[in-house]
Design a protein around this ligand. Structure first.
Ligand SMILES: Nc1ncnc2c1ncn2[C@@H]1O[C@@H]2COP(=O)(O)O[C@H]2[C@H]1O
Length: 616
């Protein structure tokens, strides 16, 4: 019962209040307890018909675990029905998958992007032999365990064999080789077949299209850079090692040609892969010492590289993961169905993806500017600015000193402060100014600052291009941030409009009256919901339904505030009016065209019926 109730609430979150469209006002958070209104329940049914069908399948199974139902032909029929159903409704299919690399408008017809379901459910793709892999699924985690075991086998057994088990008999050696090839095969399968099929999150929805997942995997710049950099360093060290071997080798008879170089490179590579345990010939003591030292260096380097990789999964990330785990545990305790838990984890992933960027950018700038950050919290804003640049220097001077009284410490401190030269003071304040500007620029870009972020979005809105700075600043204070989840209705056709919306991030889709076609795709800086606010005759209610495609953050501007702004800015009023007229004209033309098409279809049908009757 509870599961059904949850399932029926699918796609419904805390409401923004205007027209029953899903929205979260203020800081983004997922409200699982928000009661679904009738409209939303209908919406979720309309919006997720294929999934309702799938869900009904699972419910039927649960209610009647009869084997006949699970017979392969029946299951295949249902799968085909789901597939057919999904393909019929273009807008439904459009929303049920993310194929963001393709132009959404192009999918207005029956050309449906392949994809999965919102909320992280495994997609139904009967035609595909190897479907996309859910990185949070049990199957993938089991696979990771296998890959890790192979990794440990390679990491531990190869040096062990090299050192202790060299004198192997032929039949034992066979088994070692088989194990080696097996672990290599697992690596290869992981690299070529598994990793490129890993689903990834885009705009909060899982991308399941294989071509997109593999493109995402292979084109990941960071991944490429890391591999490329590591491979380059390894070759570089092998090369240096080979040169060092040659230089320290006592045998002088060897010719100086490419074969000699290859010979020494071979020895250097073997030393490298065996961590210096392989002893190259000739056994000149100095050569051995150099090889051991270089191997140690290489190992230190490799450990540094591994540390760097692990470091990126920083403390914040670990804390974030911990928070997600605790939340998931709690939801499990409440017996929340799995799809809903997936929705929550997707939301967490989305939030992390957004905030993570900010932290990385900020750290990059601080690193570039050589700005030292305190590890302890800021006790007061005044102290923080001082600590930021100057305190480190004074602290170094005072390091290790002991004082018998606070007065003595203060005296010593004052002495050091008075010794700070004029240039250093200048540098300190200059650095501080740079940091402030740079950080506010980052906040501006990433939307973490408050007023500045709103301003940055507003400056992209064409309607307000002509507005004065003062008016914009006033507008900024009136914007209310709201967030929407995948598929949520922002405004519904026919409802009374109270707000106009500005897209801060994400994508919103203007739907056709039957919700089968996407009329327009609105991205960052776009404005919608203004037509019904302008009081134009014949357009006093919402002219279209607008849905959020993935996760989206919008700014809502109330009718009263818009009216006040337009009173002062005649130009903006004109732009909005012109835009509204154009939209209404377009919609009217489209409706007329559709009506004509329907009439023609009806005529054709009647004609064919008459023909059939005559033939009969
Ligand atoms: N054909 C269209 N192209 C772009 N935007 C549209 C179109 N039709 C409606 N809209 C927007 O969708 C909004 C729905 O609410 P409003 O009628 O208040 O304002 C509408 C417009 O901003």
């Amino acid at each position: 019962m509870m599961e059904e109730e949850w399932a029926d609430r699918r796609g419904t979150v805390s409401m923004e209040g205007e027209c029953g469209g899903g929205g979260i006002s203020g800081p983004p958070e997922l409200s699982l307890t928000g009661r679904s209104t009738t409209t939303e329940a209908v919406t979720s049914r309309l919006y997720y018909p294929p999934f309702q069908l799938e869900r009904r399948m699972s419910r039927t199974r649960a209610r009647a675990p009869c084997r006949a139902f699970l017979r392969p032909p029946n299951v295949m029929k249902l799968v085909a029905a789901v597939d057919h159903y999904r393909r019929r409704g273009s807008a439904v299919a459009y929303f049920s998958s993310v194929n963001s690399k393709t132009n959404p408008e192009k999918h207005g017809g029956t050309d449906i992007p392949k994809g999965g379901t919102p909320g992280g459910e495994a997609p139904v793709r009967p035609s595909s032999l190897l479907p996309a892999i859910n990185p949070q699924g049990t199957g993938y985690i089991a696979w990771l365990v296998v890959v890790t075991l192979c990794y440990y086998y390679n990491a531990c057994c190869i040096p062990l064999r090299e050192c202790f088990l060299r004198q192997q008999e032929a039949d034992t050696w066979k088994y070692w080789m088989a194990a080696d090839y097996f672990s290599d095969l697992i690596y290869l399968i992981d690299l070529v077949f598994v990793k490129p099929r890993l689903m990834f999150l885009e705009e909060g929805l899982w991308v399941t299209d294989i071509s997109l997942t593999s493109t995402n995997y292979w084109t990941k710049a960071q991944y490429k850079l890391r591999i490329g950099r590591s491979v380059f360093y390894i070759f570089f060290f092998i090369h240096l090692n080979a040169c060092a071997f040659r230089k320290t080798d006592a045998v002088e008879k060897v010719n100086h040609n490419i074969t000699t170089y290859l010979f020494y490179t071979y020895h250097a590579s073997r030393t490298f892969v065996t961590a210096g345990l392989y002893r190259p010939r000739p056994t000149f003591t100095f050569t051995i010492a150099v090889s051991c030292l270089s191997s140690l260096l290489i190992f230190a380097f490799l450990i540094g590289q591994i540390y760097e990789i692990f470091e990126t999964a920083s403390r914040a990330q670990i804390e974030h993961r911990d928070r997600v785990d605790r939340c998931v545990q709690y939801l499990k305790k409440l017996n929340v169905p799995k799809p809903e838990i997936c929705r929550v984890t997707d939301w967490f992933a989305y939030i992390w993806k957004q905030q993570h960027c900010f932290a990385e950018q900020k750290n990059k700038i601080l690193k570039e500017k050589n700005i030292e950050l305190m590890s302890k919290p800021e006790y007061s804003p005044d102290m923080a600015t001082c600590d930021f640049f100057l305190f480190a220097k004074i602290k170094n001077l005072l390091r290790g000193q002991r004082f018998s009284s606070p007065e003595e410490a203060a005296e010593e401190y004052e002495k050091h402060v008075s010794e700070v030269t004029r240039e250093e003071w200048h540098k300190c304040f200059r650095n501080r100014r740079i940091a402030n500007t740079e950080l506010s620029a980052v906040q501006h870009e990433t939307g973490r600052g408050h007023g500045s972020a709103h301003m940055s979005t507003l400056s992209k809105v064409e309607v307000f291009h002509g507005c004065s700075q003062a008016l914009l600043r006033e507008l900024v204070l009136q914007l209310r941030p709201v967030s929407f989840l995948p598929g949520d209705v922002v405004v519904r056709r026919g409802d009374v409009g109270h707000h106009m919306y500005i897209v801060k991030s994400g994508v919103c889709c203007v739907m056709s009256p039957d919700e089968r076609e996407v009329l327009a795709t609105l991205r960052e800086g776009s404005v919608f919901g203004e037509v019904s606010l302008l009081g134009i005759e014949g357009a006093r209610r919402r002219t279209a339904t607008v849905r959020s495609r993935g996760y989206s953050s919008l700014f809502a501007l109330s009718k009263a505030n818009l009216d006040r702004t337009l009173l002062y800015d005649r130009e903006a009023a004109l732009v909005l009016r012109r835009r509204a007229d154009q939209i209404m004209r377009e919609n009217a033309t489209r409706q007329a065209r559709n009506r004509l098409k329907n009439l023609e279809n009806q005529k054709k049908l009647r004609r064919s019926q008459k023909k059939n009757l005559k033939e009969f």
